[in-house]
Design a protein around this ligand. Structure first.
Ligand SMILES: [Zn+2]
Length: 481
């Protein structure tokens, strides 16, 4: 019986990642770059709206952030790069072209090391370039609403080598890339706000061969879950098609991911560079990054997320706790502040990772709603000075999250201050002795445990606010008289 042998195939995957930079202003104008929660079309000007005759001015902060990200990805920052116009027509692009970098990108030839199931993997970075984002379209029935607040937001486009071999590798790489961009403060990379998006290309080839076959590019994936699901689906689809046709795709294609249906949909044959009619942006001079400038940026690079995570693990934190700190800068800042002050990583992790994160989750708040570092340290002070007990500290923290108020205001308003005043406690002790003759009797007959009942009585009278150590001490003193 003749049976055609199906060759052993491997998936070849590469990513293009778009990450919004967290600059104050947009890429080529002075508009506010933080449009989140703002009325549509309120953070726009004639430049980002593409009016004729306006001049774009590159944002220095964005260039420095992109260079920092490039160095963290072990790329070479090119001494000379330039901006190009990439033409296409779409209603979210007011000028009819995007200002990008085509043949001379800001940086090239880097790599990212990442962990996959305990193994160290590496993925090459082909290039990193700067461009501006488009606006946002919202489709409602037969109408489409255009919001240009996002138009002109600085983006980094990071293109990988086709070094990834599975959806799992692609996600593990993308997560490490995200942590790296956050670590250098080049992007908040908040997936929920669409600050990081992926185009993923997948093709198949016979194992052992080198040639790259035509690929399917899945556009605009905005979560790790979508990235993984879409790549798994598309790889399986290409394998099936290989089985049916006996070979790879005849040419490159572009597909979209339908998350609700869990499948891809053909959008078009893939564009080539010619379709975009690239030409150098005539209004912006070439970008020159001299060695001193690059060296200065390199000096500011923080530890990589993998190094940072290792530091936390060595402090005694669990791997999952260390990962939270690496991925969430606002939480990390609080942890670092409490840890530095108390020199007690366990205590800092209890306060920040257990209590605070628990309250944030319960209140449905995001890590950006955390208390300020100063308020957090004031709370630590209040506990350490004995103003409140550690237990009350937890309640204060809960109220800090819920109301955003400072700890001293909460302690004052709730009357939570611990009673440590000797005269006050002496009076309370006296009252407790008078009202518990039986316990005093027992104590005098040698029953030590009876003292606990008197202390408990004082604590009850003060709603737990009396300093228990002092109550004990003053009670012993009173009984010796
Ligand atoms: Zn503008």
């Amino acid at each position: 019986m003749l049976q055609e042998q199906m060759p052993e195939l491997e998936a070849i995957i590469g990513l293009e990642v778009h990450a919004q930079m967290n600059t104050k202003t947009k890429m080529f104008c002075g508009c506010d770059n933080d449009a989140f929660g703002k009325e549509p079309n309120t953070t726009v000007c004639e430049i980002c709206m593409g009016h004729p005759g306006t001049l774009p001015v590159p944002n220095k902060e964005a260039i420095v952030k992109a260079a920092k990200a490039a160095l963290a990805l072990h790329c070479a920052v090119n001494r000379r790069s330039h901006f190009d116009r990439k033409h296409y027509f779409y209603p979210d692009l007011p000028s009819g072209f995007q200002i990008s970098q085509y043949d001379f990108p800001l940086a090239s030839k880097g790599n990212v090391r990442y962990d996959l199931n305990g193994n160290e993997m590496i993925c090459g970075i082909t290039r990193l370039h700067i461009e501006n984002d488009a606006g946002k379209l919202t489709h409602r029935g037969s109408v489409t609403l255009c919001d240009y607040n996002r138009a002109g937001t600085p983006l980094m486009e990071i293109v990988t080598e086709p070094d990834l071999r599975s959806a799992e590798e692609a996600v593990a790489f993308a997560e490490e890339l995200r942590r790296t961009l956050i670590a250098v403060n080049a992007s908040e990379a908040d997936m929920f706000k669409g600050m990081m998006r992926f185009d993923a290309s997948v093709s198949l080839r016979e194992k052992g061969t080198e040639k790259l076959n035509p690929r399917s590019e899945i556009k605009n994936l905005n979560s790790f879950k979508a990235l993984e699901k879409a790549l798994r689906y598309e790889e399986a689809r290409l394998r099936k098609s290989w089985k049916e046709t006996g070979g790879p795709l005849p040419g490159d294609i572009t597909v979209g991911w339908l998350d609700d249906e869990g499948k891809t949909r053909l959008l078009r044959d893939k564009e080539t560079a010619d379709d975009y009619r690239y030409f150098p942006e005539p209004d912006i001079p070439p970008l020159v990054m001299d060695e001193d400038r690059v060296a200065e940026i390199r000096r500011q690079l923080p530890a990589s997320p993998r190094e940072k995570k290792q530091e936390y693990v060595e402090m005694g934190l669990a791997s999952a706790e260390a990962t939270i700190l690496v991925e969430q800068p606002a939480i990390r800042a609080l942890f670092d502040a409490v840890q530095t002050k108390t020199r007690d990583a366990k205590r800092a992790s209890g306060m920040i990772l257990t209590q605070l994160m628990g309250f944030l989750n319960a209140e449905g708040k995001t890590p950006s709603d955390v208390p300020s570092v100063n308020d957090m340290l004031d709370l630590v002070d209040a506990i350490d000075a004995g103003t409140i007990s550690g237990n009350s500290g937890k309640t204060v923290l809960e109220k800090m999250v819920a109301t955003g108020k400072a700890p001293k205001d909460i302690i004052a308003a709730e009357g939570m201050g611990q009673i440590s005043d000797d005269a006050k406690i002496e009076a309370l002790v006296k009252e407790a002795i008078a009202k518990n003759p039986k316990a005093i009797e027992d104590y005098k007959n040698g029953k030590q445990a009876a003292l606990g009942a008197i202390v408990g009585y004082v604590m009850k009278m003060t709603n737990g606010q009396a300093n228990p150590g002092k109550v004990n001490k003053l009670l012993q003193k009173a009984l010796k008289k």
